[in-house]
Design a protein around this ligand. Structure first.
Ligand SMILES: [Zn+2]
Length: 291
């Protein structure tokens, strides 16, 4: 039987930015990849200024997400049903349906029900800092941590049998790769997304994990075209001037060729860095009649 990966992302486009390579690689390997999107991206802007016609931005973004998942080969997708909270201290933060304001237990039970249904071996989300501090990304971490607990708890008020996720990770970007990519962009005469000139302090960029915390590195160089196609599908969010789309092919591998993770629950399959999210996990043997 196959392994299953489930990735939790706050907004449409986060799945492609953070985990596009690993999602495409997982599907190509014959394993299952499931994506959960927590909000509809209601607070996003039409950054690329594309013509929406009679469409509103949310339904347009829904279609972009469908196209991106198709580019990655992901067929299993769930919407958690909350509203984008926007950045800190913006009006979207106060909306009663915002993910940021959602009751932790209510949101976590919704995700736990999906986890019981999908039976993932591995679950991935943002880190506790929300990768770059966005309230929805922070909430996605909290909800994922609690949902994994609830999915395994026989006492949780949920249908279906309890399910124990074997390993839970956060996706991240090691500072070593971040700084190397920044230097490569500058050496190529391109504008780095991390700013102009040298960067060396944590104040200069708001994210990036110390390299010694990285437990897992996945080589996705064979899936860079899938990732770029998925990013391109999010046309309203990623303008034609975006570094995601303008990075020359020879630099793509430097920056996007490896996706990095930190194991937060469970044990890695090998001593030192592991190169497979499913390392050490025996193939799943679902009960007869279960998916
Ligand atoms: Zn996001």
């Amino acid at each position: 039987m196959t392994h299953t990966l489930l990735c939790v992302h706050p907004h449409p486009d986060d799945e492609s930015i953070a985990c596009g390579g690993v999602l495409a690689r997982t599907v190509a390997s014959g394993a299952r990849a499931v994506v959960v999107t927590c909000t509809g991206g209601e607070e996003g802007e039409n950054l690329a200024g594309i013509d929406l016609g009679a469409d509103d931005l949310v339904s347009h973004r829904r279609r972009e997400l469908v196209d991106a998942l198709q580019a990655l080969g992901v067929t299993d997708h769930h919407l958690l049903g909350f509203r984008d909270s926007g950045m800190v201290e913006t009006p979207g933060n106060q909306h009663p349906d915002s993910f940021h304001r959602a009751d932790l237990e209510v949101a976590s039970l919704r995700l736990a029900a999906i986890i019981r249904a999908e039976q993932p071996d591995v679950v991935v989300s943002d880190d506790a800092n929300g990768t770059y501090g966005h309230p929805d990304h922070i909430k996605a971490h909290r909800v994922t941590v609690r949902a994994v607990e609830l999915a395994a708890a026989p006492s949780a008020p949920l249908d279906r049998e309890p399910w124990q996720v074997t390993k839970r990770y956060v996706h991240t970007l090691g500072r070593g790769r971040l700084l190397a990519a920044h230097q490569a962009w500058m050496d190529a005469g391109l504008v780095s997304p991390f700013g102009e000139g040298p960067i060396d302090s944590e104040q200069d960029v708001p994210f990036g994990a110390p390299d010694e915390l990285i437990t897992t590195e996945i080589d996705v160089t064979d899936f860079l075209e899938h990732k770029r196609a998925a990013l391109t599908a999010h046309r309203s969010q990623i303008g034609s001037d975006s570094f995601f789309l303008n990075t020359p092919s020879e630099l793509m591998a430097d920056f996007f060729g490896v996706e990095q993770f930190i194991l937060e629950a469970g044990t890695t399959g090998v001593p030192g860095i592991e190169y497979d999210l499913f390392a050490g996990i025996a193939p799943n043997e679902p009960e007869a009649g279960h998916r």
